[in-house]
Design a protein. Structure first.
Length: 358
């Protein structure tokens, strides 16, 4: 720590020793975030009551459920007029979160905005996309699309986000010697470890159990093929493909069995992108009868006229001479010939300069 004219200077970097500890804290709290163990309801109720007491609220009626879907139905039964406008005054999410994460301080050490941002990102176990998009639940229960993702985010305080908070606070307090109220730290850890999803209100709190199964891709995005990415004990499930929430009619079918014709009726651009990714251009070419524009040796420039994407799809198809296996790669729609498309794929190198075809 250095002082200039009696003023504390901002620290721009962690020490190598401090930085080396980050993966250990991520791993520690990731185990909590990925837990699929049933919650201890007696312990969870004790923790919730302590959290309410901490924010000077009376102990609520605690209602347990087995999925966010079931919890949402309970909320609507108790608050039938719930809307985005009155949620601010009804939900205690902000008060609970604000209380348990406030007042991290270190009088002898102050990090710059840049290093604080770096620590925040490096100690985030899961990005917000990890959390299933609760607006899907609202649409499914009451068919009210006005309840968008923002309302869903404010209804639930889930244990993955709490694990993110714990991971960062743990690092600041334990490694960087920041001051933090022992009572608040215990409350934060207990909410993360002993509760599933929470939806706290003034007079009641919904406590949802953890899911039975969580499935991810290698980038920690919710992902499963032909089965739910999140599955709850009461049967409610959410389907996801590399982090994109899928409707059940797509998610329950393996991508190898997805149909190119679905692209013709799917209105959602993101879902069309996922379908294209899962089906693959080679099969789309065959099933949607792509038009041949030009060919050069084993390469063919194709165009799909069907209204599949936001702009026309141009593809460079290559048929392997030895196996007859078809590869297809999307190219810009301004390509005029197969050779031009090959050059674009190979960063401007004309195919005539290739020593060998691959």
């Amino acid at each position: 720590m250095s002082l200039k004219g009696g003023v504390m200077s901002l620290i721009e970097n962690l020490t190598p020793e401090e930085e080396a500890l980050i993966p250990g804290y991520r791993e520690k709290w990731q185990k909590t975030a990925l837990s699929t163990e049933r919650i201890d309801r007696e312990k969870a109720a004790e923790v919730v009551k302590a959290a309410y007491t901490a924010i000077n609220k009376q102990e609520p009626e605690i209602i347990f459920c087995e999925s966010p879907y079931a919890g949402l139905k309970i909320i609507y039964q108790k608050l039938p007029s719930l809307s985005f406008n009155n949620l601010e005054t009804l939900s205690l999410n902000d008060k609970v979160c604000g209380y348990i994460t406030a007042n991290l301080t270190n009088k002898n050490r102050d990090f710059s905005y840049q290093i604080n941002t770096q620590i925040f990102r490096s100690l985030t176990i899961f990005e917000p996309s990890f959390t299933p998009q609760e607006y899907v639940l609202e649409d499914k229960v009451y068919n009210q699309p006005k309840f968008n993702i923002y309302l869903g985010d404010r209804l639930w305080l889930n244990f993955q986000n709490l694990a993110n908070r714990c991971c960062r606070v743990d690092f600041y307090v334990t490694v960087l010697n920041y001051y933090y109220s022992k009572k608040r730290w215990e409350t934060l850890q207990s909410l993360s470890r002993f509760c599933g999803w929470l939806s706290p209100f003034e007079k009641f709190c919904i406590v949802c159990d953890r899911p039975l199964h969580l499935r991810f891709d290698n980038e920690n995005r919710l992902h499963a093929e032909g089965e739910p990415a999140i599955e709850f004990i009461d049967g409610y499930s959410l389907y996801s493909y590399h982090g994109v929430t899928l409707p059940e009619e797509y998610g329950k079918i393996h991508p190898q069995q997805w149909q190119s014709q679905w692209l013709l009726t799917e209105e959602n651009a993101e879902l069309r992108r996922v379908l294209i990714q899962g089906i693959g251009y080679a099969r789309i070419c065959q099933e949607l009868q792509a038009i041949e524009l030009d060919n050069w040796q084993e390469y063919t420039l194709l165009k799909i006229d069907a209204d599949v994407d936001e702009e026309a799809i141009y593809l460079l198809k290559m048929t392997c001479p030895s196996t007859s296996f078809i590869h297809a790669l999307r190219v810009p729609p301004n390509m005029k010939s197969a050779r031009e498309a090959i050059g674009w794929v190979n960063l401007g190198v004309d195919p005539e300069t290739f020593g060998a075809q691959t």
